[in-house]
Design a binder for this molecule. Structure first.
Ligand SMILES: C[S@@+](CC[C@H](N)C(=O)[O-])C[C@H]1O[C@@H](n2cnc3c(N)ncnc32)[C@H](O)[C@@H]1O
Length: 664
């Protein structure tokens, strides 16, 4: 017979935990090699002798000389990434924009805890992680992770709890300068990796302070084979320095799995200005009745009058045309690699019939490819007036109107600062990132419905960039931003998270005011990190009676129904923007989340005579919703008048196919 009892969710229950990555890893290893997992003093453990036997010579020796980067605290940092979080994310509709409809998230909190809490709902779903962490300049604040109670530590540090310590920066004098930074970045990147889609990318901004260490850490976490590029972003034209003026920083890019990324296609950006050039060409072609001799000087004249620096002008070599389109006469010579074996076949001039002059390095194409190109109508080879001019290849603009992102580019920082100043005021945020650059990275690596995560959100540039991309392309990309409520010491915006929200709100309002085409989702839901709503069972031996009494209702005081509901969502692995509905049965509010995947009645009292009407209301609604998977139904444990009421509720629901019935 099935157990129809209502199971209580305790702070230690699986449902109350964020993902336990270590336990999952152990389970996977056990499934592959059952003999590997044995009983240790603290539960299941790996038998190292069996592991060595399984992989033979491929085990790392215990010798001290191992390849890799090591620092004090690395083991603890790795462990920290695996420890489940005891926190929750509390919804803040009042600080949000378009709470009911938006799918964007702005989460206030320490990003390591938040990333852990997001594991169940977003593992494998994020297409791009872009982060701009503190560069470790000696003035940055690097938040120390306290292994004992990270959330308590976080609340104190950010001045949200009693006895808040003063936030201090990571100075070179601390003697643990790189160590502190590595202990900060390592677990965060490790947890973030599991949120990445297999075809997802991670891009990290940094400068010379930590570049070399960051590369080694990322090689370790993502695999050297998944390194994609180290982009150099020149941010100013000249700098002042005693030796070499550094005028650039970096964006280091890795992917989760290069093969999976390539299976989805190559990363390309539209060539800036190409569409406008092609539009001008079409206009001239109509005007000059496809007379290609006349179109060329007209195109060249148009390019000439464009101002210097105009992106259209960079295509000025596209000035020839034929019936296929506008093209550039590209070099047809083989590369100067000293190879004698380069193709040197004759190419006959179409008018004189004599062999054309050959480049000293031979042709780029072999005879077959040349013949194919000549046989096309119109031919894909461009000839001069007679055989004395070396022929060239026709490279059509419409065929190559996109290009890869280049590993070096220039964009000064001033416009980004002005953009933020215009929205939140002067002097609030130093060195924000340029939203146009971020928009390009987002377009390059994501598709129209993808999720982008930035867990060092700062002024919220990544969210603003998503708004711009969606407005420009009518896409539905979503963002998840995480920002520490780092105190600013000023009244108007008490924390940096306040600045993030202000910027997002203003950016959204500005785009809304601009009107025009459908702008997409310009909202965001605010959540804040806090202790779990479920009270941990810490009996006080001195006053057992009082402890027992306070655990009658093991939900924390002062927490709302919504707080509990969203914790359930997180712990059950549902999207924080999943649709929610509510209905009232027998005066009790019931919430249906994700079209009935979760049904929750968090009413504080359920008397014996309420049970039947409430249960039947839930059952009818459940049938109506017909959820695709199993439904979990949750009540407040202390609400039931007695055990009989609780058992009856579970029994009726079980009878009607709702078998996961839990109380909190
Ligand atoms: C360099 S700024 C990011 C700037 C951002 N890209 C922009 O364009 O505005 C780094 C941000 O990370 C935040 N931060 C530092 N440690 C954090 C942590 N543990 N959790 C969340 N945010 C953190 C800092 O408060 C700071 O705002």
């Amino acid at each position: 017979m099935k157990d129809t009892k209502m199971q209580k969710i305790e702070a230690t229950s699986l449902e109350a935990q964020s993902a336990n990555v270590a336990a999952d890893n152990l389970a996977q290893l056990k499934a592959l090699f059952p003999e590997l997992v044995t009983e240790g003093p603290n539960g299941p453990a790996i038998n190292m002798d069996v592991l060595k036997a399984l992989v033979g010579d491929a085990t790392v020796t215990d010798a001290e000389e191992k390849y890799g980067l090591n620092w004090h605290g690395k083991r603890a940092a790795r462990q920290l990434a695996l420890t489940p979080s005891t926190g929750t994310l509390r919804p803040c509709p009042d600080e949000s924009v378009d709470w009911e409809t938006t799918k964007n998230l702005m989460i206030e909190g320490d990003n390591l805890e938040v990333l852990k809490l997001l594991q169940k709902s977003y593992a494998g779903k994020v297409k791009l992680v872009y982060i701009d962490p503190p560069y470790n300049t000696g003035k940055d604040f690097v938040y120390p992770d306290n292994y004992q109670d990270n959330i308590k530590n976080y609340l104190e540090l950010t001045g949200q709890a009693e006895g808040g310590q003063k936030i201090s920066s990571n100075t070179e004098a601390s003697g643990r300068f790189h160590t502190d930074w590595l202990n900060m970045i390592y677990p965060r990147l490790k947890v973030a990796k599991s949120l990445l889609d297999p075809a997802g990318a991670v891009m990290v901004s940094c400068d010379d302070n930590e570049l070399s260490r960051l590369r080694i850490v990322m090689d370790e976490l993502f695999g050297e084979e998944n390194f994609v590029g180290q982009v150099i972003w020149q941010r100013s034209k000249k700098g002042d320095a005693k030796l070499i003026a550094t005028v650039h920083e970096y964006i280091v890019c890795y992917v989760r799995d290069k093969a999976a990324v390539l299976a989805q296609g190559v990363w390309r950006l539209p060539k800036e200005g190409a569409d406008e050039v092609l539009a001008k060409y079409t206009e001239l072609k109509a005007e000059l009745k496809s007379d290609h001799q006349a179109i060329r000087p007209a195109m060249m004249e148009w390019y000439r009058q464009l101002p210097e620096g105009d992106p259209r002008k960079s295509h000025k070599h596209y000035n020839w045309s034929d019936d296929r389109g506008l093209y550039f006469a590209a070099d047809f010579a083989g590369p100067d690699d000293g190879r004698e074996s380069r193709p040197r076949h004759d190419i006959l001039h179409p008018t004189t019939g004599r062999p054309c002059k050959k480049p000293s390095t031979g042709w780029r194409w072999d005879e077959d490819k040349t013949n194919w190109a000549l046989a096309q109508v119109p031919p894909r080879i461009h000839f001069g007036p007679d055989e004395t001019t070396i022929p060239t290849r026709k490279s059509y603009l419409f065929e190559i109107d996109s290009e890869p992102f280049s590993s070096v580019f220039y964009r000064d920082g001033r416009s980004a600062t002005l953009e933020v100043e215009e929205l939140v005021g002067k002097g609030w945020f130093q060195f924000p990132k340029n939203t146009d650059v971020l928009a390009e990275l987002i377009e390059l690596t994501t598709k129209p419905d993808d999720i982008v995560l930035d867990f060092f959100a700062g002024s919220g540039s990544t969210g603003h960039a998503i708004y711009k991309v969606n407005a420009a392309h009518g896409s539905k990309r979503r963002y998840v931003l995480v920002q520490l409520p780092e105190p600013t010491g000023k009244e108007q915006f008490k924390t940096i998270a306040d600045i993030t929200r202000k910027r997002l709100r203003e950016a959204s309002a500005k785009l809304k005011r601009s009107g025009g085409a459908p702008l997409g989702d310009l909202g965001f839901r605010v959540f804040k990190l806090d202790h779990s709503n479920i009270r941990a069972w810490n009996p006080s031996p001195a006053d057992l009676e009082a402890t027992l009494f306070s655990h009658q209702d093991h939900l924390l005081d002062g927490r709302s129904e919504n707080d509990v509901l969203y914790e359930l969502l997180l712990k059950l692995g549902l999207d924080l923007c999943v649709p929610m509905e509510r209905r009232t049965f027998d005066g009790k509010v019931v919430h249906a989340v994700g079209r009935g995947v979760l049904l929750a009645c968090l009413s504080t009292t359920i008397a014996s005579h309420d049970v039947e009407a409430l249960a039947h209301g839930i059952v009818t609604w459940h049938d109506e919703l017909a959820p695709a998977g199993d439904t979990t139904c949750v009540f407040r444990d202390s609400a039931f008048a007695d055990d009989v009421a609780k058992t009856n509720m579970a029994a009726i629901l079980h009878q009607h196919g709702i078998v996961n019935v839990r109380s909190l």
